[in-house]
Write a protein that binds this ligand. Sequence first.
Ligand SMILES: NC(=O)c1ccc[n+]([C@@H]2O[C@H](COP(=O)([O-])OP(=O)(O)OC[C@H]3O[C@@H](n4cnc5c(N)ncnc54)[C@H](OP(=O)(O)O)[C@@H]3O)[C@@H](O)[C@H]2O)c1
Length: 246
Amino acid sequence: MIGPATTAVVTGGSSGIGAATAQLLAYRGCQVLVVGRDAVALAGVARRTGGRACTTDLAEPGAAARVLAEAGEVDLLVCNAGVGWAGQLTDMPGEALEQLVRTNLLAPMRLVREALPGMLARGRGHIVLVSSIAGSMSVAQEAVYSATKAGLDAFGASVRGEVAGRGVGVTIVVPGVVDTPFFARRGVPYARHRPRPVPAGKVATALVAAVERGKAEVFVPRWLRLPARLRGSAPVLTDALQRRFT
Ligand SMILES: NC(=O)c1ccc[n+]([C@@H]2O[C@H](COP(=O)([O-])OP(=O)(O)OC[C@H]3O[C@@H](n4cnc5c(N)ncnc54)[C@H](OP(=O)(O)O)[C@@H]3O)[C@@H](O)[C@H]2O)c1
């Protein structure tokens, strides 16, 4: 489905994984609308990809509707925009908590709800939700971030069930650690030895391949599927191992 006739919306297209995805989609001929708050960065990506930019704060309630109105018909919706916060939950300001939930969870839910009717009416479309290994592993010091991503996983799986057999696919992309400004922005650098950061382009490549193959889920790097599955079946053991080895 990815080619010159494909119209795509990529949220968080001004940086990191989103910018790399927009670049790859444009290379494949898609018409791309990138969404974010940083107008200068967005304009740069739009120029490089021959696409359009939509400057908006997705944490705001009316943003999803505005994005979809500006986009027109959407074949591929990539909900990638996200923010992190690391530290003890008791030290987390209420504003930061709300920002994470609004950006990482509410915004994708609103975007998908807005985009789905058109996709279902046309009998074609694809939704990508960029989650995180933190959602599968429930990482300490990232309680709210992990919860938003676990919520996104559940949301995506539920929507996939609702649209099954109606021409619309849902792919959940689960990156481990990616070399982007994400950690600098959250104000706490990545300090673990494993998993090692991968380039944003690797996530973009896996994302596009997963859409083309209609895959429900893709981990980047792929081996991360194992600890995620282990935690699903033995959470107490996996959490103890996480505490021991991180
Ligand atoms: N980096 C990692 O290790 C890692 C690992 C797993 C999952 N992820 C996930 O991957 C996704 C992309 O992150 P990244 O690593 O590429 O980080 P990044 O370089 O910091 O990019 C984050 C993007 O989200 C956008 N964004 C944030 N808040 C927004 C808001 N309120 N409204 C509109 N756009 C907003 C930013 O755009 P503006 O600055 O223009 O607003 C930016 O384009 C996120 O969902 C993140 O949780 C990242």
